[in-house]
Write a protein that binds this ligand. Structure first.
Ligand code: PLP
Length: 455
């Protein structure tokens, strides 16, 4: 253990030197920082030895919990062989084995794997591949250069990914930097822009997307969607038929479908991949977050043979996909991903999740009794609890009240780490969490919401 003096110094230097992501540093430096030193299963310990339940899988990544022996060992074994070797013109066994496995487990037709190192880069790659595909397929004459994306979409923070984003709070300020994307209406049933209710709405949002696709398909390279759940927007769950409808539209109008499963992939929604809920086979698939079980940065963009083939040609035809990050397909990261996929098989993670999903659903029922809980959304192990100042009018809290932040700070005092998306309280525990710990997560969240909103 470090000495008390050392701990104080770490806290001070954190405020002095570290610029934290998505964090108003003026507020951050007012509070005592929480420095995590160790993790085990669903728990984290800070530098003082205080224990916390990790209710968000360390930002949606630790699928099997922290410190999994099998993944630890696989990485250690790989370190002893080689820690990095490039994929630019060379290859290595973990990259090959992982690609083979990903092709095997993802929806049909996705036979090629392009590695990178974050969800955002996976999305950039998907967009560039889609754009270049149409150009090369048409010998340069294609007018299919634009993208359709959805309202409330989140696809990452790099400039291309922001261009297809739809969350004003994150994206508006960068508007002058972005390329144009055409917006289709996503389903946010609780705040339906058409003022309708599912299922009597007949998916009017999908109807609007149909119009957008009809009008723009000749100039559209691809449509990008977060299948089943729009995560960063506050866990907006698509009603049945929406995703399938999008697939049909893309097929009918010859627009590539990019499924961004960076958040929803790897068991999160109760299926290995969210597209499986509606038997959808996208043309391009992006993976990240949980891919390495939360151990190392890795992402993948997968494509069909047809797309891949459009990039083949003589060297001086210049059809090569000229893209690659330095750490693309890092061997340690690929090894961690393989070990994580082995755990899925050995633990039958997705099958065993069913009982926990039901437990979570039942446990969330009583949250409806809380006066300021407007909506509870759940798909598998993704939960968003939307807080409102008035339930009848669905009026949000004034942003200055920072109601979401207050709730998660209250939970932290009670030993639970969660993180809000605005006024939406997110629960995203590890798929490996036990029922008792899941119960604790629910109880602390319930008490924290009640205490903050009813005081
Ligand atoms: C988190 C996320 C991304 C971006 O991934 P990073 O690894 O943070 O760059 C992209 N798409 C979706 C759907 C995400 O949830």
């Amino acid at each position: 253990m470090v000495t008390r003096h050392k701990e104080r110094e770490l806290e001070l230097d954190d405020k002095r030197y570290v610029w934290h992501p998505f964090t108003q540093m003026k507020d951050y430096v007012q509070e005592r920082p929480l420095l995590i030193e160790r993790g085990e299963g669903s728990f984290l310990w800070d530098i003082y030895g205080n224990k916390y339940l990790d209710g968000i899988s360390s930002l949606w990544v630790t699928v099997h919990g922290h410190h999994r022996e099998e993944i630890d060992q696989a990485i250690i074994d790989q370190v002893k062989r080689v820690s990095h070797s490039t994929l630019l013109g060379l290859s290595h066994p973990p990259a090959v084995e992982l690609a083979r496995k990903l092709v095997e487990i993802t929806p049909m037709g996705l036979n090629k794997v392009f590695y990178s190192d974050s969800g955002s880069t996976a999305v950039e790659i998907a967009l560039k591949i889609a754009f270049q595909y149409w150009l090369q397929k048409s010998n340069g004459s294609s007018s299919k250069t634009k993208f359709i994306s959805l309202t409330n979409a989140y696809h990452g923070d790099t400039v291309g990914a922001v261009s297809v984003g739809g969350i004003d709070l994150f994206h508006e300020i960068y508007h002058p930097l972005l390329f144009e994307s055409i917006k289709g209406e996503s389903p946010y049933c609780y705040r339906c822009v058409f003022g309708k209710t599912h299922p009597s709405c007949n998916l009017e949002c999908l109807g609007q997307v149909k119009e957008v696709v009809e009008q723009n398909h000749s100039q559209t390279a691809a449509l990008i969607i977060e299948p089943m759940v729009q995560g960063a927007a506050g866990m907006l769950v698509s009603p049945p038929g929406y995703l399938k409808g999008i697939r049909k539209l893309c097929t009918r109008y010859d627009v590539l479908m990019i499924a961004d499963e960076v958040a929803v992939g790897f068991g999160r929604t109760g299926k290995m991949f969210a597209c499986e809920h509606e038997d959808v086979e996208p043309d391009i698939l992006t993976l990240g977050k949980g891919i390495t079980g939360g151990y190392l940065p890795l992402a993948a963009t997968m494509a069909t043979d047809e797309i891949y083939n459009a990039f083949l040609g003589k060297y001086d035809e210049f059809k090569t996909f000229l893209h690659g990050h330095t750490y693309t397909g890092n061997p340690l990261a690929c090894t961690a991903a393989l070990a994580s996929l082995d755990i899925f098989d050995n633990d039958r993670t997705v099958v065993r999740l069913r009982e926990k999903i039901d437990f979570l659903r039942t446990g969330l029922e009583r949250f409806r009794d809380l006066e300021n809980v407007g909506d509870i959304r759940q798909k598998g192990f993704m939960v968003g609890i939307e807080l409102v100042s008035d339930r009848d009018s669905k009026e949000p809290f004034p942003p200055g009240e920072k109601i979401g932040v207050k709730v998660i700070m209250e939970a932290r005092r009670r030993g639970v780490i969660i993180r809000p998306l605005g006024d939406v309280i997110v629960l995203m525990p590890s798929l490996s969490i036990g029922l008792e710990d899941l119960d604790e997560l629910l109880n602390v969240t319930f008490d924290s919401i009640r205490l903050v909103t009813e005081s």
